[in-house]
Structure formats: C-alpha cells, structure tokens
Design a protein around this ligand. Structure first.
Ligand code: SF4
Length: 214
C-alpha cells in the first residue's frame, strides 16, 4: 500500500470517529501508567473494574509504594497475570518516588526503565499523557497493519515504524486510538466486519467479509 492510500485509510477512520479516546479509566499520568501496565494481556474492561478502588486507596506513587505488592494484589485479582503486575506496580511506584520526585517522566528511556513498562506502554503514556506523536502497536494494530496492507511487518517495531512513516503527520497523535478501536470493534481478529468498515475502499485484504455471517 502506498503512502496516499495509507493516508486515505487512516483519514477514513478519523472521519468516522473525530474525537477518539483511550477506553482505560485514569485521572493523571500516574494512574494512566498503572492502568496501561495492568492492561497487558487483559481487557480494558477488566482493568476498569479494578482501578477505581485501587486509585482511591492509592492515588499517588508514594501511596502505591506504601501499599506494596501485597496490598495491591487484592484490588487486581480479577485481572490476568495479577501477581506479577502487583509486583511491577509496587516497584515502579517506588522508583518514581526515588528517581523522579513522584512524577511520571515524559521520557521514553526513563519510562522503559520502569518494571513492567515496555515500548508499547511507554508509547501509550507518551501519547495520551504527554501529547507526543507516539504509535503504540498492540495486537490489534499489528493485525490490521498486516491484514490490510496498511503497515506490513514481521515484528511490532516494523509495523510501528511503517505506520509512523505512512501516517499523515497531523493524524499521527490520534492514529493509534483509531486503529485500536477499529481492531477491537470492526476489523476483529476472527471475522472482520468489512460490510460496515469506513476504510473498506482503501483496504487490500483479499477475503473481505461483505455481509454479517458471510
Ligand atoms: S475492509 Fe475488512 S479487513 Fe479491511 S480494514 Fe475494513 S474490516 Fe478490516
């Protein structure tokens, strides 16, 4: 897919949803960071059921570090991989207090140095909390990039780099929201709902599903 077609694909998603937002509940960069760490290999809905009580109990890195992994665990038991995540959230909160004055750093290297924070999580935080034009490639975006020809790549990083290169600059900040929501609700893993896809005219997928149940 050439750059013009890729731009038209993303513009079509943009026109259908002018003000996209993350579906995770958060109130500031710290609660966003924790929510994104908790959402790895889990649904946003499961995270959103747990975080209001967790954030009420520990709204700051200081309070979260004081709660510790044992105190965090009971709040997040219904989220997948909760034990490791409880340890990571406690440890990253401690590091935020020790190294960053209790603030979430707006810096990729500093973010990726925190436990449980990889490139994707750093990209979400840089984008959503700090307004950077970072492209967080999750399982949905990886699939869409390859399925549609928008940004083919064998690795997450290849898809990320191709998307950044092909996305019109003015749409880059919101593009990951459009693509994640598109993958979650329309261009689904098992059966894409092409019959109601706003980007169908710009998609190269050969096996489009053109009617429900088709
Ligand atoms: S036409 Fe189908 S495969 Fe292509 S982007 Fe839309 S939903 Fe996905």
């Amino acid at each position: 897919m050439g750059t013009e077609q890729a731009a038209a694909f993303i513009r079509a998603l943009a026109d259908a949803n002018p003000a996209p937002e993350t579906e995770l509940l958060y109130t500031d960069p710290f609660t966003l960071l924790v929510a994104v760490v908790l959402s790895a290999q889990a649904t946003d809905a499961s995270v959103n059921r747990a975080t209001p009580d967790l954030f009420a109990a520990a709204p700051t890195p200081d309070a979260m570090a004081a709660l510790g992994a044992e105190g965090i665990g009971p709040y997040i038991r219904r989220i997948g991989l909760w034990q490791g995540k409880a340890r990571n959230v406690a440890a990253l909160s401690r590091l935020l207090v020790e190294r960053h004055g209790g603030q979430v750093p707006a810096d990729r290297a500093a973010l990726e140095a925190l436990p449980g924070v990889g490139r994707k999580t750093a990209n979400v935080v840089l984008n959503v909390a700090f307004g950077e034009e970072a492209m967080a490639v999750d399982t949905h975006i990886f699939r869409i990039g390859n399925r549609t020809g928008l940004a083919p790549g064998k690795t997450v990083r290849e898809v990320e780099d191709r998307l950044v290169a092909r996305c019109p600059p003015e749409l880059l900040r919101d593009a990951h929201h459009w693509l994640i929501l598109h993958g979650r609700y329309t261009c689904k893993a098992r059966t894409p709902e092409c019959w109601r896809c706003p980007a169908i005219a710009f998609c190269n997928y050969r096996d489009k599903v053109l009617k429900p149940g088709g």
